[in-house]
Design a protein around this ligand. Structure first.
Ligand code: ARG
Length: 468
């Protein structure tokens, strides 16, 4: 085994100047094949474009190009059918594929790496991978937005207590509350699309760090791979990972939004609140307490936000103080990035499904709004509209709330004469303001919680989503 590894080592692309092979330990430590093999399809895409360009400018001939194309397409088949034999002795995805290509087609395979380095190759692969991932993730966010719109639409008129400090504040439409998350997700998409512009630049051609002496056509490669342009400085091209950091920052914010939503679902589902029920398929029981139904999925989303934030910090730290240009440190960019993508994809899928199986306990929500004096501000506003300064009105209402609290009833349940004890300017018309609906309907401007506004916001959102 040792011997075979040594022979393999000697076949390494860079082994000519070495007197001894690396130890097994070093081999395992430095190899990235166990995780970067998932870049294989992008590596092949990049190689195909590179080969086409090499042939078009006359660096390789068309016979070699055809051989390379056939060889790479066979390798792609092998990988897709799980028949490709990945070898740790060959370090990474790039060398594994190149070695196999050479085994299949001979010298033409060895010519593929002309005017290229693994440094610009890997940077290209990651950008292709990330571009595809961003496209998938934005689609998934949109599906989640659709699920939110569907739920919000059913609950435009459903009253819930809006909170500040987790204390009942003012009545809001549950649909309005859900639409707040629609907005957050919209910003997440906008951020990802902006990040995509910087992902979508071609590093290939930078070679190891300084460019190459061959008459390459970088614009052609960029076009073939669907990049919007080329990286303009070769040193920057091979060493830049800003785009990955930006992506992780977008991911961290997205997960932060979902963690907030999850926290609310968890609170709403606790028996003390009992605002909602999640479908059983998103919950588990306790092995000791038979009464429990635990909101595992939202709890895990909340928890996984930690690892996504961690990946962002990992990449920032990876790049901090790195001298130009490529350093092996950069090999460490992949696992955090892959895990970020995997976590986002799984989380978004599960969230969309979870929202379609949610039950809303409208009566309980309503009772909670009643119990919390959610319309106290409306009483104050009523007094202000009748001429009292706001601060005085505030004080009067505080007294009225205390009175109602002692009677264990809502403000709207006090009689007119009881209310008049606090201010004689209160008249019969107050009751239309003190109802939950009256309060919601009065906040009737763009961005407000009046059901008419929520309905308009949903219509607008549907229009935006169908334009994407
Ligand atoms: N596996 C390496 C990485 O992920 C590929 C580039 C290696 N380049 C080098 N000069 N060793 O970054």
């Amino acid at each position: 085994m040792e011997k075979k590894a040594a022979v393999e080592m000697n076949a390494k692309t860079w082994s000519g100047r070495f007197n001894e092979p690396v130890t097994q330990l070093v081999q395992r430590y430095t190899a990235s094949i166990n995780f970067d093999k998932r870049l294989a399809e992008y590596d092949i895409q990049g190689s195909l474009a590179h080969a086409q360009m090499l042939s078009s400018v006359g660096i390789i001939n068309s016979i070699d190009l055809v051989a390379i194309e056939q060889g790479l397409s066979q390798i792609l088949e092998e990988i897709r059918n799980n028949r490709f034999e990945w070898q740790i002795e060959l370090e990474d995805v790039h060398l594994n594929i190149e070695k196999r290509l050479t085994a299949l087609i001979g010298d033409a395979g060895k010519r593929l790496h002309t005017a290229r380095s693994r440094n610009d190759q890997v940077a290209t692969d990651i950008r292709l991978y990330l571009r595809a991932s961003i496209d998938e993730i934005t689609q998934l966010i949109q599906s989640l937005q659709r699920a939110l719109l569907d739920l919000a639409e059913q609950h435009i008129e459903t009253v819930m207590p809006g909170f500040t400090h987790l204390q009942v504040a003012q009545p809001v439409s549950f649909g309005h509350h859900l639409m707040a998350y629609y907005e957050m997700l919209g910003r997440d998409i906008a951020r990802l699309l902006d990040c995509r512009k910087r992902v979508n630049k071609l590093p290939l051609g930078a070679a190891a760090l300084a460019g190459t002496s061959y008459p390459i056509d970088r614009e052609m490669v960029a076009q073939l791979l669907g990049f919007e342009g080329i990286c303009l400085n070769s040193l920057d091209a091979v060493s830049d990972r800003d785009f990955a950091i930006e992506f992780c920052a977008c991911a961290a914010l997205l997960m932060t939004h979902l963690s907030r939503f999850s926290e609310e679902l968890i609170i709403w589902m606790s028996p003390a609140f009992n605002f909602i029920q999640l479908a059983d398929r998103f919950c588990t029981g306790s092995s000791i307490m038979p009464q429990k139904k635990n909101p595992d999925v939202p709890e895990l989303v909340r928890g996984k936000t930690g690892r996504i934030n961690g990946h962002l910090v990992a990449l920032l730290t990876l790049m901090k103080s790195q001298p130009l240009a490529y350093n092996k440190d950069n090999q460490e960019d992949k696992e955090p990035l892959f895990d970020t993508v995997d976590t986002l994809v799984a989380t978004l899928r599960i969230y969309t499904d979870m929202l379609s199986g949610i039950t809303i306990n409208q009566d309980v929500m309503r009772q909670a709004a009643m119990r919390g004096y959610a319309t106290a501000t409306d009483l104050a506003d009523y007094l202000v509209k009748k001429g009292l300064p706001f601060r005085d009105a505030h004080e009067i209402v505080a007294q009225a709330v205390r009175f109602a609290e002692n009677k264990s009833c809502d403000l709207s349940e006090l009689s007119l004469s009881e209310l008049k004890q606090f201010s004689s300017i209160i008249e019969q018309d107050i009751f239309s303001f003190l109802t939950l609906e009256g309060s919601m309907n009065s906040r009737n401007h763009p961005g407000g919680t009046a059901p008419a506004q929520v309905r308009a916001a949903i219509v607008q959102a549907r229009k935006e989503l169908s334009n994407h």
